[in-house]
Ligand binder design. Structure first.
Ligand code: 13P
Length: 151
């Protein structure tokens, strides 16, 4: 696989996702970082978006609910380089009927090399990084070279 450099803008597009038992945790985390998050563009799976918007007043664009395809929508946006950061508080103590979608989302975030935080501590580190508010250059798969190599 060949790679190339891509640039994440100064204002980041951040996806927020939480499984049901983790929604209160994500909501608390969003309140803690409200002043920072209000300057970013926020997206979330359906129920997570409703909870965050209602409990924090932050503007969040809702996608579909996770089990109905929301994780896949977020994955598609990551693959199209339309999202810069993934905050995904998945529940390590519950099994999910849409576990394949959860795995696929984490996999595609790794493929496209975007920062991922899966718990509040790592999300604290990520959101307070100076890189969050700077343009950030990072390595992504070179899709054109990949296509040419398959002709
Ligand atoms: O299930 C989810 C992520 O896998 C989250 O979906 P909701 O935000 O719709 O609950």
């Amino acid at each position: 696989m060949k790679f190339m450099l891509s640039k994440a803008p100064k204002t980041k597009k951040i996806a927020l996702v939480a499984h049901d038992h983790m929604k209160p945790v994500l909501s608390r985390w969003c309140k803690k970082h409200h002043d920072n998050l209000k300057h970013q563009e926020l997206f979330a799976t359906g129920t997570t978006a409703n909870v965050i918007a209602h409990e924090t007043g932050l503007k969040v664009e809702p996608l579909l609910s996770g089990p109905l395809g929301g994780d896949q929508q977020i994955g598609a946006r990551i693959a199209q380089q339309q999202l810069d950061v993934l905050i995904f508080f998945w529940d390590p103590l519950e099994s999910m009927p849409h576990d394949p979608d959860v795995k696929a989302l984490l996999r595609i975030a790794a493929v496209w090399n975007i920062p991922v935080a899966c718990n509040p501590s790592s999300a604290d580190y990520l959101l307070t990084s100076p890189m969050l508010t700077e343009q950030y250059e990072y390595r992504v798969p070179d899709y054109e070279a990949y296509q040419q190599s398959r002709e």
